[in-house]
Design a protein around this ligand. Structure first.
Ligand code: COA
Length: 386
């Protein structure tokens, strides 16, 4: 099995990108990644793109060929990978496996979503709801904010996690997003503002939620030989793990933890021959504030029930024991769902190269990304090092 590195990264600003179409957004990210890698579009042998639902959001399917063509990746194998909000992370993993197995040497991985062209928030909620269990959840009115609200309630009841602790996740991630020029929200917020921001699904308020976003991201993966040819600063993928679980929450053994995350993390840690203590910082899937708390427990950074206290004690700040989401996370950086898993890799590579400026984590040598689909039916974890 061969070693695989990330040698180029690119992403657009996240937010409401009214002036650009889906293909323009992706092409901007792809060009940035190619330039960063110092290779040409003609060098790329295959293309995988993560996208959750361009079909429902803007009526466009068949994204592999469309986006490859627009990015100048002519006539190569090109395909879309879908796993709800984990689509980007899954695309990365598929590309990684093909290089590891020896099929390709240079592959582009993309992630893209255009959510803000939907006429209203209700339409976005319906489209996102297609990733939940239609018969048992969506049909009876459960939305994703609703699903994560159930997880939050269970966590609060079992561990005493408070609404203030949830709010602290949003406050921290907005503080980090302020230092990220590509983040959707670059303003700080207070605990009081989060608590007063209006209930979306009790106990989650508007500022506990990731926003509706447009955005694209791209990374170039390379085999060891190609990485050495093109890059002085390759970032190695040491481990990759993926797992799935039931779509419907009522079929889960436990609502306070995502089993798919725990299993995916176990595989990634084993492959990297590392444990949670060896990870210097992480970009985790904070689609709602409770999701970050649960993720930090499932990934082994804190004991079950310890995630809320850890935020309160500042352990997850950029200068804390284990910085979580120094990019601003989904909460502040934005969450164009299919792009998120790839954008997390962009953030990690910037950090590991020491190019994250005001949000730079000290002595960042190893990192973890965690990308979740739906309310935890898909999870994918990657571990990186300089
Ligand atoms: N965080 C911070 N600010 C937000 C925000 C968020 N999540 N969502 C909206 N805002 C801001 C807007 O920028 C706007 O500010 P402005 O008045 O200064 O321009 C204001 O709040 C109202 O925005 P609006 O678009 O009217 O909000 P909305 O009520 O239509 O939508 C949510 C708010 C929370 C319902 C929506 O963002 C949402 O559905 N988020 C969850 C997305 C999701 O489920 N993703 C998948 C996860 S699995």
């Amino acid at each position: 099995m061969r070693n695989v590195a990330v040698i180029g990264v690119g992403m657009t600003k996240f937010g409401e990108l009214w002036d650009y179409s889906l293909r323009q957004i992706f092409t901007m990210a792809a060009i940035e990644a190619l330039e960063d890698a110092g290779c040409s579009n003609r060098d790329i042998e295959a293309f995988y793109v993560g996208n959750m639902s361009a079909g429902l959001f803007i009526g466009q399917e068949h994204l592999g060929a469309l986006l490859a063509d627009n990015a100048g990746l002519k006539n190569i194998p090109a395909m879309r990978v879908e796993g709800a909000c984990a689509s980007g992370g899954l695309a990365l993993r598929e590309a990684y496996l093909t290089i590891k197995a020896g099929e390709y040497d240079l592959v582009m991985v993309g992630g893209i979503e255009k959510m803000s062209d939907s006429p209203c928030t209700e339409d976005v909620t319906t489209t996102l709801g297609a990733a939940a269990d239609q018969e048992w959840e969506t049909f009876v009115g459960l939305t994703f904010p609703g699903a994560y609200a159930l997880i939050a309630k269970a966590h609060m009841e079992r561990y005493g996690t408070t609404k203030e602790q949830l709010a602290m996740v949003a406050v921290k991630n907005h503080k980090n997003g302020k230092n990220n020029p590509k983040a959707q929200f670059r303003r700080e917020i207070t605990i009081e503002q989060v608590l007063a921001s209006g209930i979306v699904a009790d106990p989650l308020s508007l500022l506990d939620c990731s926003p509706i976003s447009d955005g694209g991201a791209a990374v170039i993966l390379a085999s060891e030989d190609m990485a050495k040819k093109f890059s002085d600063t390759p970032v190695w993928i040491l481990g990759s793990g993926q797992a799935s679980d039931t779509l419907a929450l009522h079929d889960r053994e436990d609502l306070t933890s995502l089993k798919a995350t725990r299993l995916a993390a176990e595989k990634a840690y084993t492959a990297a021959n590392m444990g949670p203590k060896d990870v210097n910082f992480a970009e985790v899937h904070d689609c709602f504030t409770i999701a970050e708390i649960v993720a930090t427990e499932d990934l082994g950074f804190f004991h079950p029930g310890g995630g809320g206290k850890a935020v309160e004690e500042g352990l997850t700040e950029v200068d804390g024991k284990i910085p979580i989401n120094p990019s601003g996370g989904l909460k502040a950086k934005g969450h164009p769902v299919g792009a998120t898993g790839v954008a997390q890799v962009v953030s990690v590579v910037e950090q590991l190269r020491g190019e994250a400026h005001k949000r730079q984590v000290n002595r960042a040598e190893t990192a973890l990304t965690h990308n979740v689909g739906g309310s935890g039916a898909t999870a994918v974890v990657h571990i990186f090092s300089r």
